[in-house]
Design a protein around this ligand. Structure first.
Ligand code: 5GP
Ligand code: MN
Length: 319
């Protein structure tokens, strides 16, 4: 039996299903969970989506209001589906739900995925988890309607940086199929890339003020502290995209963005042409893709900065 057939069988069998995704959920995480939720509801499945903290910017996606921010402890699900998460740890609060479920399925596109489910559909070539969801829905015989397409298109759009990265010919074929449902792609684009808030803009300003170039301009580095987040009353996920400002500076190969969280720093890396940042992330028990990866460092700002910079420098030497 193929993996897709096994997924269909498991879902057909399940009476109650919960979908979980990674912490700091991005467009692909939210788009894939909501898109798949709509698909499973269409075949009359009892399905919940659990995302404890989510940025309001995704509220244009149909089903946003159905997302559960907590699950009662005594609630039992016989199937848990993890979407867009490369490992158990990344599930954050969703981890306990995943571990408690009798059966589990993992659908993802991270090359660093640890195949932590009973059934794992990991196609790392695909642009996004949302693209993999289209394949799974097709294998299950579920036709994509407009509300599903809005969510799925959103994840494909954000994870490819506006159809620039990790795009295969079929990415456009899939996007074309979604367009046929009548979705308003200008409106989706605007919600995901243009609309912002004053708090997000202020946070970006703070990070830009601190932006510095190192190693003859090949490394860009900036950070935000917990104090900044409190000062501007930011929401979870308001830092998203800040790392790209460093990467966009001419001559920069690797952009580092450090974000202070509870007692540790979350590191985001982006590269332009030749440094494989997923290898750097893997060294620190993180993960991601060749041009976008992340991990956590349990140290002070200065130590974290030095640690990341010296690892990038050693990658430069190998090239
Ligand atoms: P970001 O920098 O936007 O948080 O993440 C960039 C990419 O790296 C995403 O694909 C994200 O899933 C992955 N990533 C970020 N942080 C971690 C981490 O701590 N662990 C793992 N496994 N992947 C991460
Ligand atoms: Mn993704």
């Amino acid at each position: 039996m193929s993996v897709l057939e096994a997924i269909k069988e498991e879902i057909d069998k399940a009476k109650s299903i919960i979908i979980v995704t990674h912490e700091n959920p991005d467009g692909d995480a939210i788009g894939s969970t909501l898109g798949f939720m709509h698909g499973l509801k269409k075949i009359e499945k009892d399905v919940d989506v659990f995302v404890p903290i989510i940025n309001k910017m995704y509220d244009f996606m149909p089903g946003y209001d159905l997302i559960k921010k907590e699950i009662p402890e005594d609630k039992e699900y016989d199937l848990c589906i993890s979407l867009d998460s490369s490992d158990l740890e990344r599930l954050g609060e969703g981890r306990a739900i995943f571990e408690k479920a009798s059966n589990t399925i993992v659908i993802d596109h991270h090359i660093t995925n640890q195949n932590f489910g009973d059934i794992n559909y990991v196609n790392a070539v695909a642009s996004s988890t949302c693209q993999n969801i289209i394949v799974v829905l097709a294998a299950m015989g579920i036709a994509i309607n407009k509300e599903m397409a809005m969510c799925i298109y959103s994840g494909m759009l954000t994870d490819t940086g506006g159809f620039r990265y990790n795009v295969q010919p079929e990415t456009f074929e899939f996007a074309g199929m979604l367009l046929e449902t009548g979705i308003d792609i200008a409106k989706i684009y605007k919600n995901l890339f243009d609309v912002t808030t004053l708090a997000r803009t202020k946070l970006l300003g703070r990070a830009i003020e601190r932006l510095e170039l190192l190693e003859e301009g090949k490394i860009a580095c900036t950070y935000i502290s917990q104090k900044d987040i409190e000062e501007f009353e930011n929401e979870e996920g308001d830092h998203e995209n800040i790392v790209n400002y460093g990467r966009n500076i001419e001559g920069v190969e690797v952009s580092i963005f450090l974000r202070e969280a509870d007692g540790y720093f979350k590191v985001s890396l982006r590269s332009n042409e030749y440094v494989d940042v997923s290898r750097i992330a893997a060294k620190f028990a993180g993960g991601g893709h060749i041009r976008a990866a992340g991990f956590e460092l349990n140290m002070s700002l200065e130590q974290a900065k030095d640690t990341v910079i010296s690892e990038i420098k050693s990658q430069f030497k190998k090239i």
